[in-house]
Design a protein around this ligand. Structure first.
Ligand SMILES: *[C@@H]1O[C@H](CO)[C@@H](O)[C@H](O)[C@H]1NC(C)=O
Ligand SMILES: *[C@@H]1O[C@H](CO)[C@@H](O)[C@H](O)[C@H]1NC(C)=O
Length: 288
């Protein structure tokens, strides 16, 4: 599998990063750090981490496809809210749409439901005239298009967030990180029905530094395809997240994240969601 989805067309799109930073500042003026962290970590904000509106698939708002998107979305919302995942189609012939919605496998069904509801609302606001659209949140992902993409690995569009701060001991950090990623990738790469295609874990680098990591594939993928997506995602670390304290890779087929603070559930008895500010993160969007 190529890792080259990134190297070929690495485009730094400042707009997204900038708007995240502005949003973070705007909000921190109005909320205590704790409330802000809760808001951010709860993933309940209507601000997605990114979206992709494929401008090669323009449609008009009174087209049959647009009407079918309107019918598909409530099905995606209810299916994902119920099971954390749904892949389904709606419509006939050339107006048929394929849709997928998935929540991160560790979150509560309430958080899942509210994330997917936001996603369904926002995707139509942000991609009102496209038949192929995708939207990423920390807690969920939603997409639809007219091609049957179920089961296919898609690393076409990538959204990357990295912590601007470097780790203090890169050699030890990278060794532990590599071992942890191998371990959780192999947890994810079993039939999705068994574990939601999810892997997560933590490892101590020193008495003061612990790495937390989580990976998940969309649950329509075979174990082999899941492994392919995770390998591509993790393969970006040296290019984009080299020696960084945190990294997130969002593809249409998998999610990979590591941080030096707890961010997934269930939290350990001594753990709480850390106060993190998006001001410490920069984003990159890559398209071929
Ligand atoms: C987060 O910030 C709040 C307010 O500044 C503080 O009370 C709380 O202890 C912090 N939590 C952590 C885990 O640092
Ligand atoms: C699709 O629409 C967008 C604006 O909404 C435009 O920028 C783009 O060029 C259009 N794409 C095609 C292939 O016509």
């Amino acid at each position: 599998m190529n890792g080259g989805g990134v190297s070929g067309g690495l485009a730094v799109i400042g707009v997204l990063g900038l708007s995240m930073v502005i949003a973070a500042r705007w909000r921190s003026d109005r909320m205590s750090n704790e409330a802000y962290a809760r808001d951010w970590d709860a993933g309940e904000s209507a601000d997605p981490l990114g979206e992709f509106c494929n401008t090669d698939t323009n449609i008009s708002s009174n087209s049959p496809i647009s009407a079918n998107i309107g019918r598909l979305l409530p099905r995606l919302v209810s299916g994902a809210s119920l099971n954390g995942f749904i892949s389904t189609s709606y419509g006939k012939a050339k107006n048929k749409l394929y849709g997928l919605a998935q929540c991160r496998g560790d979150i509560s069904s309430n958080d899942c439901s509210s994330c997917i509801q936001d996603a369904a609302k926002e995707i139509r606001k942000r991609c009102p005239n496209q038949a192929d659209a995708r939207i990423w949140y920390d807690y969920c992902f939603l997409r639809y298009t007219t091609n049957n993409f179920f089961g296919e690995v898609d690393t076409y569009v990538g959204i990357f967030y990295y912590n601007v701060e470097d780790v203090t001991d890169p050699k030890a950090f990278n060794k532990k990180l590599g071992a942890l990623m191998d371990k959780i990738n192999s947890e994810a790469v079993v039939p999705a029905i068994a574990n939601k295609a999810l892997g997560k874990g933590k490892t101590k680098v020193s008495p003061f530094v612990t790495i937390y990591a989580l990976v998940q594939c969309t649950r329509d993928l075979s174990p082999q395809s899941c492994g392919e997506c995770l390998a591509t995602a993790t393969g970006n670390f040296p290019n984009i997240c080299d020696n960084k304290k945190g990294c997130r890779v969002l593809y249409s087929s998998c999610y990979v994240r590591y941080e030096v603070f707890p961010f997934f559930f269930p939290l350990g008895s001594q753990e709480s969601l850390a106060n993190t500010s998006m001001a410490y993160y920069r984003s990159i969007v890559s398209k071929p």
